[in-house]
Design a protein around this ligand. Sequence first.
Ligand SMILES: C[S@@+](CC[C@H](N)C(=O)[O-])C[C@H]1O[C@@H](n2cnc3c(N)ncnc32)[C@H](O)[C@@H]1O
Length: 463
Amino acid sequence: MESLNYHLGLAKAVSFEPNTIYCGDCQDVLQRFPTESVDLIYADPPFFSNRRFEVLWGDGYELRSFEDRWKGGIQNYVAWMSPKLRECHRVLKETGSLYLHLDHHASHYIKIELDKIFGEGKFQNEIVWKRNIGSHSDTKQGATHFGRVHDVILYYSKGDKPTWHEQHEPYSQDYIDGFYKYTEKESGRRYRLGDLTGPGGKAKGNPHYEFLGVTRYWRYSKENMERLYKEGRIVQTRPGGVPAYKRYLDEMQGVPLSDVWDNVKPITKTKEDLGYPTQKPEKLLERIISTSSNPTDVVLDPFCGCGTALAVAQKLGRRWVGIDVSPTACKLMAKRLRSLRAKVGDPIGLPRSVPQLRELQPFEFQNWVFEKLHGRVNPRKTGDFGIDGWVELDVPVQVKQSSDVGRNVVDNFETAIQRAGKDRGVIVAFSFGSGAYEEAARAKNEMKLEIRLKTVEEILNES
Ligand SMILES: C[S@@+](CC[C@H](N)C(=O)[O-])C[C@H]1O[C@@H](n2cnc3c(N)ncnc32)[C@H](O)[C@@H]1O
């Protein structure tokens, strides 16, 4: 497959292959992408929902989370999103499209931004995805609003002729029963009757002749009518009745997809569920990617979470580029794509130095520590008195994302490991004060407790 040879780095040009995952803020990463290099963008940013999503990985080894809280209100959210959307617009090709996934909290504000960025006539649809298919909604007793059960996906095209492959849905049973009333005895095929007379009659130049005893302006030439009759495609329901065309149900594509999507189930406890909060169903992405891209096109997801858009792009034979600020998400999606036999290198931009590790969200830092130590995260947030996880099966570990950790931390940890019935433990931090080392030595001599003080630098050197 042809290399896209993107040029990364403002001063230094670095080429990269498609099928790459970037760990970082999407605005920063996108700024280094060339203009008009991407065919389709699906973006599913934090929604301005004022909630904090946090769940534990299925296997209990890592925490997955992403912040969705905006201090300072909607204007801050719009100011945060707007430059990212400008970058999305810049990197899209003229035939490209953007699908932006939001909900009622902010979609109306962001639509105004997108109208400004994409310009007149480029807004194509506001797709309503009914994400709660059952009875579940957000109404509580005393609520004064209808249940909010849908997300909004705003679809914009960059130019006037976006890539477009119409999608169809099967007809409803009511429609079939109402229109495809006839069943062919020999084959069991359902069909409806179609008009064979020529629309517009003489004025439209339709041929005029007699067929099966009926004289009319017809849609087809006499030869074609006779051929269709021989092929069994024309029926006369009663002698002297106007012949009609047999339109078989199994030859129809179905109804062109509308902007209300109420039959795509949300992620539930299925095989698809990776435990990533806000994970979107693959079927949703299949619709978007099949409609608005061609095989081998490049699909970009700048907020790719656990990589649903990338996984579907991979399955549909597209190339893809993913960006997420969360190292945990980036590693998870790399694993997901590898399971689909995609050739994926390590995500670019994962934190690899002390200053970068200091900047991580606390749960990301914990995940990093336990991944490096081949340990596992404690699923309980409270009640274990500072045991954040374990290494070597059951050796308790406490993680401090700080420097100069002192005597009192070690002292408290001694109590925690004794309560847990253990005689060994590890504390991880950027650095420890002399009091911490003294306390660890005292614990060893006087209490036979072995507490190891491990610095982040040591972990970095070991890996
Ligand atoms: C709604 S989730 C995306 C879920 C994804 N569609 C899926 O199916 O898994 C939003 C994602 O945006 C990421 N994110 C938040 N701020 C970001 C930023 N500035 N740059 C890139 N990614 C960001 C979060 O880490 C989170 O994974």
